[in-house]
Design a protein around this ligand. Structure first.
Ligand SMILES: NC(=O)c1ccc[n+]([C@@H]2O[C@H](COP(=O)([O-])OP(=O)(O)OC[C@H]3O[C@@H](n4cnc5c(N)ncnc54)[C@H](O)[C@@H]3O)[C@@H](O)[C@H]2O)c1
Length: 374
């Protein structure tokens, strides 16, 4: 039986609400809140965040937009069959999945959609404000976890769909998180408008695997005065993300973020490229292989190779829940504009340091700032 909603509950509005990451986040939040599973992977459940005034997991209410129609309990069954969710969990949290499913509205623009940009923004805004009012929520955080788009070119007649959703978040007065490499609010007009409206935002592109490792290893080479000559990477993955990233234009947006951490940390861009191959048989399991060629003392040539094998949605979902809580609390504390203290979570962050250890220190300082805020 679902609990009655209380004043002060916080809305989490997913753009891409029927995707693997969103479904895993809704199911995982319910499972952890009910004590069925430990909060492994949730940084906000560790001691440094205990006094930061973050909303409780039991206070999060989920809804969102999606262009697909598959009901959330069915998506959770699919994720169970694929080994992403443990057996029995989807049944145990069916009530929460059904409740979130009832709050998912059709996204856009779909094929043949003749609505103008403004009409789409107005419709998305009304869906978000209706959700916030219906559940008497203190605030709603809009989080983009939709399929990665190709970056719009300068001659594109329309803004990217992710920017229409960001504009709707702005109009609805909601803080915003972009967990994808899509444009979202990274346009001058939207970024300025968020700051002017006093809304906090964070992005972009969650750092869950290969780039996480890069942000740890690149500082090691710098600190040990080893010269990185080339850094090449290949990713094999399936699932919806694998299919979306098979489009070279969508993959280009992702790869730019993966390279940025190297350029920012090493001070130069080493030779080498990143490739993403769609292998549907792998489903949500990603293999990321990195090959790093570096020089040691007297020019001695050496190589480090790493292989990361991770379940993409299981890595991403706890971070999405962390971000929902942190950004909701930042909004409550009156913070606005970009939140560089959250660079720990992103491949292409809004300022702040590039090395993971420094980003973690910045996150702890951010947690302390939230603790000391009213
Ligand atoms: N480790 C990770 O999983 C990870 C890390 C970083 C970033 N991301 C990003 O998170 C996003 C989601 O990943 P996923 O594995 O859940 O993908 P997915 O394909 O399972 O889900 C994406 C969802 O977005 C929906 N969608 C597409 N266009 C839409 C639109 N215009 N409006 C509303 N909904 C729309 C799709 O119908 C789908 O349900 C991707 O952009 C991915 O690059 C994931």
């Amino acid at each position: 039986m679902l609990e009655e909603r209380r004043a002060g509950d916080v809305g989490v509005w997913f753009v891409g609400a029927r995707g693997s990451v969103a479904t895993t986040a809704v199911a995982g939040c319910a499972a952890v809140a009910a004590g069925l599973r430990p909060p492994t992977g949730m940084v906000t459940e560790t001691p440094p965040f205990a006094a930061s005034g973050l909303p409780a997991l039991t206070s999060l209410v989920f809804g969102g937009h999606d262009t697909a129609a598959c009901p959330l309990p069915k998506r959770a069954e699919e994720l169970t069959a694929a080994g992403v969710l443990p057996h029995g969990l989807a049944d145990a949290v069916r009530g929460e999945l059904t409740a979130a499913d009832a709050e998912i509205r059709p996204g856009g623009p779909s094929a043949g959609d003749t609505r103008t940009d403004d009409a789409l923004i107005a419709s998305f805004t009304s869906d978000i404000t209706g959700f916030t009012r219906r559940h008497h929520l203190s605030r709603t955080v809009v989080i983009n976890v939709a399929s990665t788009e190709s970056a719009p070119g300068p001659d594109d007649p329309r803004p990217a769909p992710s920017s229409l959703y960001a504009a709707a978040a702005l109009r609805a007065g909601c803080p915003y998180v972009n967990f994808t490499p899509s444009t979202g609010l990274r346009t001058t007009a939207l970024t300025e408008a968020f700051a002017a409206r006093g809304l906090p935002h964070a992005g972009r592109d969650g750092k869950t695997g290969q780039t996480l490792l890069r942000s740890v290893l690149a500082p090691m080479f710098v600190q040990r005065a080893l010269s990185v000559r080339a850094w090449s990477g290949t990713n094999l993955l399936g699932g919806g993300d694998g299919a979306a990233l098979a489009d070279p234009a969508a993959a280009a947006a992702k790869n730019a973020g993966k390279e940025r951490v190297l350029t920012d940390t090493l001070g130069h861009t080493p030779q080498g490229e990143v490739h993403i191959d769609d292998v549907p048989a792998l489903g949500d399991w990603k293999t990321a292989w990195d090959h790093i060629a570096f020089d040691g003392f007297l020019g001695s040539r050496m190589v480090l190779q790493t292989i990361w094998q991770g379940c993409d949605s299981a890595l991403a979902a706890p971070l999405v829940l962390d971000l929902a809580r942190l950004v909701a609390r930042a909004h409550e504390a009156g913070l606005s504009g970009p939140l560089p203290g959250l660079g720990f979570y992103f491949k292409d962050p809004d300022g702040g340091p590039a090395a993971l250890a420094d980003q973690y220190a910045a996150l702890l300082a951010f947690a302390a700032r939230l603790r000391d805020a009213r």
